[in-house]
Write a protein that binds this ligand. Structure first.
Ligand code: DGY
Length: 322
């Protein structure tokens, strides 16, 4: 790769500090306002002889895309921790380096999971509707009552970095934390949580369920009619991981019957066009896939992606290789 002003193409505009660094250190087209289509991304990469592509989860890189990849592209730097939009094996097979942005978004994603948990348990959608209607009358003492989060039993599926950060926060709420993960973690990473090897054993004890595992074929529809039925009635459900983990018909049925009292969702199957039934359900609180969307975190993600480009150009070890 060439040593001066590496040519890069990004699929989306990045925060100001990252854009300023791109302008100063890289050769790149102006930032796109909307996500570039795959075709537009490839065309821009070809035109500029780009050595690196910065993509997000909006940009799938499949075998078909790789077949059309311009030959100068040596690095795909995804500005995400998740990899489910990428055919990782095929990228490696083509000899293209791949990096992601782990660690820098852990705390921010965990914050959002807690936000969703509180929003769902405390009926944020319904309260917002009351306020939007002008409020106008005193609520009865038994009206629109939510659930306490403090003291509840939280079940975490997927105890990676984000799951651990959620467990740490849950201690502050006096929650009992259970986790289901392929293997038990070292005690210092458990943050007081208890490993339950069998999901079917954990779910009946779980009053609040939060997903923190990667998307992909293995975990597709892990949350379905059968697993939802194992929860105690009136459980709270939180998904800040990936929409494909959930059978949404089953979730909607559980929300309608009261089996699940409320859900807080940052992700859904058909992003950015959620099932309208989810949007209409009063006991669903949704955010538009914004787990990492703070100035600090998005800036750190963009900077890490650029650090990877710089390292790749210098043939130095990549800071966050996949
Ligand atoms: C991630 O980093 O994986 C976020 O979900 C954004 O894609």
């Amino acid at each position: 790769m060439s040593a001066s002003r590496p040519s890069i193409v990004r699929s989306l505009r990045l925060p100001d500090a990252v854009e300023a660094r791109i302008a100063a250190e890289f050769d790149a087209p102006p930032p796109p306002d909307a996500p570039l289509s795959t075709d537009a991304l490839l065309e821009a990469a070809r035109e500029r002889k780009a050595v690196a592509l910065l993509v997000t989860h909006h940009t799938p890189i499949t075998k078909d895309v790789l077949d059309r990849m311009p030959p100068d592209v040596k690095l795909i730097a995804t500005v995400s921790v998740g990899l489910d939009h990428l055919d990782v094996d095929a990228i490696h097979a083509r000899g293209i380096a791949l990096t992601n942005t782990p660690d820098v978004l852990t705390e921010c994603n965990a914050d959002l999971a807690l936000f969703l948990m509180l929003a769902a348990a405390r009926r944020a959608s319904e309260y917002a509707a009351v306020m939007r209607g002008g409020w106008g009358r005193t609520l009865a003492m038994d009206e629109l009552l939510g659930q306490r989060v403090s003291g509840k039993t939280l079940g975490i599926i997927g105890m990676g970095r984000i799951g651990q950060a959620v467990a740490r926060r849950a201690q502050g709420f006096g929650m009992t934390v259970l986790y289901n993960n392929r293997r038990r973690l070292a005690p210092e990473l458990e943050h007081g949580a208890t490993w339950v090897a069998d999901l079917r054993e954990m779910l009946p004890k779980t009053q609040i369920l939060s997903l923190h595992l990667p998307g992909g074929p293995e975990s597709d529809s892990l949350i379905n009619a059968e697993t939802l039925a194992l929860l105690p009635r009136g459980a709270i459900f939180v998904n800040a991981a990936r929409g494909r983990l959930v059978d949404e018909d089953a979730l909607l049925a559980a929300l309608a019957s009261g089996q699940v009292a409320a859900a807080g969702l940052d992700v859904c199957r058909n992003e950015p066009n959620p099932d309208p039934r989810l949007l209409a359900a009063p006991n669903v609180y949704m955010t538009p896939h914004v787990g990492s969307a703070t100035v600090e975190t998005r800036t750190a993600m963009g900077m890490l992606a650029l650090d990877n480009v710089v390292a790749a150009v210098a043939d130095a070890p990549l800071p966050s290789p996949v």
